[in-house]
Design a protein around this ligand. Structure first.
Ligand code: 13P
Ligand code: SF4
Length: 312
C-alpha cells in the first residue's frame, strides 16, 4: 500500500472511532474499501446486519438504494454514503410513478420487487427480494398468487423459469450485467475446459444457461470456496474478485469478458465512486447523509421486513 493510502486508512480508522461509526461495504466496492469495512456482504447480508450494529453512525459503501434500505431499517441512526451520486442503472430503470401506474393496472397482484429499487418503489411493494432469497420467497407465495415482478427482466425470467410461476415482469436491466458476452465466455470455456462458470442472475438468459452456479455475490463466493475446482469464470461485477482471490488464494478467477472488446464494462461505475478519500471526508463531515421521507419509509419498511422474516 502506498504511503498516502496508509495515512488515509489511519485517518479513517481514527474518525470511525471518534464518530462511533460502522462501515458496511458491498462486494463490488474497491478492495481497499472492503478491507477497511466492519461488514462486507451481498445486499441481503447488509440488510440483515444493519439493525444489529450498535454504532450511532453507519457508512454504507455501495450504492444509493443500499443506503436507503439501511436508513429505512435504522431510522434513528445517521446513515452516510461517501458519494450521493452512486446510483444504480437497474433502480433507475423503474421510476416510482410509472411503477405505481403498472401496479394500479393490476390490483389483484402480489408485488415482488428486487432490492435494487428506490424507497418509493419499495413502498408500493408487498415483499422485497434479493438475488439470495428470490427463489425461496417466490416459492413460498400461494400457488395461485398473481405476481408482478420488478424491475430486473433477467432476474424475473430466471425466477419464473426456476419456480414455474408466471409473472408480469417489468422491463428493466443492469447495464453491467447485460454486457457479458456469450461468445466470450464460450471462448474462455474452450481455453479453460475445467473452469466452472459463476453467473449473477441479472445476466442475460443465454449467459445464465452456461452457468455451473447462478447466485448472488455471496452465493458465488461461497460456491468458489467450497468447490474442488481450481478455475472459475466469473460473470458479475469485477469487485467480487477481490474477496474470491483473498479467500481462495490457490484458485484462479477469470473475469468474464464484456461484449465490447477493451471496455471496462464489468466495472459498476457507481460502485467505484466509493473511494478512500470520500469515505474519510464523509466521516469527517458527517455528510452526505441519507434521508428518506417518513411516510415512504413507513410503507417501505413493511416490504423489507417481510423479506427478512421470509429469509429465515
Ligand atoms: P447481490 O445482492 O448479489 O450482492 O447483488 C447486488 C447487485 O447490485 C447486483 O448487481
Ligand atoms: Fe446497480 Fe448494476 Fe451497479 Fe448492481 S452492478 S449496483 S445492479 S448498476
Amino acid at each position: 500500500m502506498e504511503n498516502s493510502n496508509v495515512s488515509l486508512t489511519e485517518e479513517i480508522k481514527r474518525l470511525k472511532k471518534e464518530r462511533d461509526a460502522a462501515i458496511m461495504a458491498h462486494y463490488y466496492t474497491d478492495g481497499e474499501i472492503q478491507d477497511l469495512a466492519d461488514v462486507v456482504g451481498d445486499s441481503l447480508a447488509l440488510a440483515q446486519v444493519a439493525r444489529t450494529l450498535p454504532n450511532k453512525v453507519i457508512v454504507l459503501c455501495g450504492v444509493h438504494f443500499m443506503g436507503e434500505t439501511t436508513k429505512i431499517l435504522c431510522p434513528d441512526k445517521t446513515v452516510l454514503v461517501p458519494d450521493m451520486e452512486a446510483g444504480c442503472s437497474l433502480a433507475d430503470s423503474c421510476p416510482a410513478d410509472e411503477f405505481e401506474k403498472f401496479v394500479k393496472e393490476h390490483p389483484d397482484h402480489t408485488v415482488v420487487s428486487y432490492v435494487n429499487t428506490s424507497a418509493a418503489v419499495k413502498a408500493l411493494t408487498d415483499v422485497v427480494v434479493t438475488s439470495s432469497n428470490a427463489l425461496k420467497i417466490v416459492k413460498a407465495l400461494p400457488e395461485d398468487a398473481k405476481i408482478i415482478f420488478g424491475p430486473d427482466r433477467n432476474l424475473g425470467n430466471y425466477i419464473s423459469s426456476e419456480t414455474g410461476r408466471k409473472m408480469l415482469i417489468w422491463d428493466g436491466a443492469c447495464h453491467v450485467h447485460e454486457q457479458f458476452s456469450l461468445e466470450g465466455i464460450i471462448r474462455l470455456k474452450k481455453e479453460h475446459p475445467r473452469a466452472k462458470v459463476l453467473v449473477h442472475p441479472e445476466c442475460k438468459q443465454a449467459v445464465v444457461l452456461l452457468a455451473d452456479k447462478v447466485g448472488s455475490t455471496a452465493a458465488l463466493l461461497n460456491y468458489a470456496k467450497e468447490s474442488p475446482a481450481r478455475e472459475f469464470i466469473v460473470a458479475t461485477e469485477s469487485g467480487i474478485l477481490h474477496k474470491m482471490r483473498l479467500q481462495c488464494p490457490e484458485k484462479t478467477f477469470i473475469p468474464a469478458p464484456p461484449e465490447e472488446a477493451g471496455c471496462a464494462c464489468n466495472n459498476c461505475a457507481y460502485m467505484k465512486l466509493n473511494t478512500l478519500e470520500k469515505l474519510r471526508d464523509c466521516l469527517r463531515d458527517l455528510a452526505p447523509e441519507i434521508e428518506v421521507d417518513p411516510l415512504i419509509a413507513s410503507e417501505a419498511v413493511k416490504s423489507i421486513d417481510r423479506m427478512l422474516s421470509m429469509s429465515e
